[in-house]
Ligand binder design. Sequence first.
Ligand code: G6P
Length: 369
Amino acid sequence: DMAEKGGYPDFMLKEIHEQPRVVRDTLVGRLSPSGEIDIDELGLSLEELNDVDRVYVIACGTSYHAGLIAKNLIEAWARIPCEVEAASEFRYRDPIITPSTLVVAVSQSGETADTLAAIRDARIKGAKVFGITNVVGSPVARESDGVIYTKANKEIAVASTKSFIGQVVSLTLLAMLLGQVKYRLTTNQVRMLFRELGDTAEQIQHIMDTQGPAVHEAALACKDARSALFVGRGMGAAISCEGALKLKEVSYLHAEAYAAGEMKHGPIALIDQGFPVVAIATKSPTYEKTVSNLKECEARGAVIIAIATEGDEEIGKLADHVIWVPKVRDAFSAITATVPLQLLAREVAVLRGCDVDKPRNLAKSVTVE
Ligand code: G6P
């Protein structure tokens, strides 16, 4: 068992540590010598891609959160409206689908029942469907027009970690490709983005090598809480959704993600002495606004755990615990900032004596509706 876990105490930690490799492998061969994003299994011609005027990302669970990240990138780089929807909702609505709609279905297992049903439905309605999955030959791969495989390799822990990173990197490539076919991103911009995307592999490694003690301290602050809030803005709001889900899944603590600016419309009422607030407070265009939301939490007694950018001298005055991540472009912040949240969730679960690899009531793949 220990050998299978590669010397790690559990698969979740082993899989978190595989993430630098997942980033590298997912990028292999994806930039052509002439500077184009190359997804040859796309199943769509560049003309068809150029026609795309609406994107839906459909997925469940963690994969849905990868979609939230992708929305930001697709809209920023390709200027195509993008909606992200739980597959279990999408399939029962009457979404607006035309032949120029691209549906991107994201599923680690490639067999989630709701995601598959949504794919079938979208194709009948005339959409082009592109799958992002970790399992070669899975139903999602077979039933989509085209597919990108995330190179996570088999994921054993029920709570998804390395697959999420593979999904975000794959969706980032797709967003870059859409930006390129829409003539919104130049070859030079794509080359630069691609290089920085590759750099996140080392940055993840650096977080894992240096932030263990900070994660442990932060986990101690959460361990006996009844509930925790995860907050951020923009990319940080999307990242906080994944952080809260991870904590719920493995530690059974109630956790809720909230856009930081919306706190004052409700969730701030929850905060009292010792209430943990995990903030995605990395340097971004909305950093100052997030900091002012955190001050409001601090004034009400919250214990603030900040995921912050190395070199930030302000955040330490406000936060009780800081977990540092390297400076990256905001577009890539999900790849780095998610890692401490995965580590935090696992550490809280371990401290609470939970089985991190096999949380109660959860299944690795959900083939029922
Ligand atoms: C289950 C798993 C989650 C996963 C979700 C979607 O709930 O426990 O980790 O995110 O299914 O799975 P998929 O394979 O479609 O990505």
